[in-house]
Design a protein around this ligand. Sequence first.
Ligand code: NAP
Length: 292
Amino acid sequence: MTATIIDGKAIAAELRQEVGRGVEELIAAGGPRPGLATVLVGENPASLTYVRMKRKASAEVGIESFGHELSADTSQEKLEKLVQELNDDAAVHGILVQLPLPAGLDEEAVLRTISIEKDVDGFHPINIGRLAQKGREPLFVPCTPAGCITLLKKAGAELEGARAVVVGRSNIVGMPAALLLVKENATVTICHSRTRDLPGVCREADVLIAAIGRPEMIRGDWIKPGAFVIDVGVNRVEDATRKRGYRLVGDVAFEEVKEVAGAITPVPGGVGPMTIACLLGSTLRSAQRSLT
Ligand code: NAP
C-alpha cells in the first residue's frame, strides 16, 4: 500500500484564502480590521523567523500586525505591562507572545496575563483548562494541534471511536493534540519517553500523531496498515548534498511509513504551514466576536 500524501501546504493556502475573504466580509459589514500583536523577547533566530512569517502571513490576508520587539534582559514587570496595554487596545484582537521566553522570565505568569478573549495561541491556563474539561469550550485552542486535527478531517479520517496515539506530551503540541482528539471522541493514548513498548502501542493506532523532536524515530513496522499518520516533528539532519548542509526531516521515517499507512503528512509541507493558517483563523474569529 502507498499512502495518500496529506498536502498541508495546499490545505493551509485554502484556509488562508478563507480567512482573507472573512476579513473582507467583516469590514464590509462595518466590523473592525482584525489586529494581531506579536511580542518577541530576545533574539532567538528561530523565534525571529516565526514572528516574521506570522506578520507577513497576517498582512497577506488583510490582518493588521503590531510587532513588539523587546531585548532579552526585559523584566517580567515590563513584559506583563506591555501585555496589559495590548489587552486594553481595541485595535488588537489577538496577542501572540512568541515562546520560548528567555531564561529568567516566568512564561506561565505572562500567558496568564493575556486576556482569554485575545489568547489566539490558546495557551492561557483557562483556555487549556476548558479544553481538558467535558462540556466546556475554550475560546481558542493551540494552533499546531488544531492544524493536526484539520488535516486529519480533510484527509477523511473517522475520529469518533478511533484508537488514537499521540507520541509526545509537551504543553504546546502533544498534550493539547491529545485533548483535542478526546473532544473528537477518539480513544487516546499519550506516549512519552518513559512509555514501555512504544512500537507496540503505536501499532494499535488508527490515528498516530508524532510530536517528539527525534529524526525519523517512528519506523514502518510501528504502523497499523491503513493508519492516518501526522508528523509534527521538524528536525535538521546533516546532508552534504544540500547547499545549506542539512535537510529537514520529521519524527516519522517517511519513506518506510508511507508504504504501510493510509495517509501521511510530509515534512516539510505537512503540519508546518497549518500552524500559521490556524493562527490567522483564530485572529479573525476574535475580531468577529468583538462585534457581538
Ligand atoms: P518537546 O517539548 O521537546 O517534547 C517532546 C516530547 O517527546 C516529550 O513529551 C518527550 O517525552 C517525548 N519524547 C522524547 N523522546 C522520546 C522517546 N525516545 N520516546 C518517546 N517519547 C519521547 O517538543 P515539542 O515542542 O512538543 O516539539 C516536538 C517536535 O515538533 C519538534 O521536532 C518540534 O520542532 C516540532 N514542532 C513543530 C511545529 C510545527 O508547526 N510544525 C510546532 C511545534 C513543534 P517526556 O515528556 O517524557 O520528556
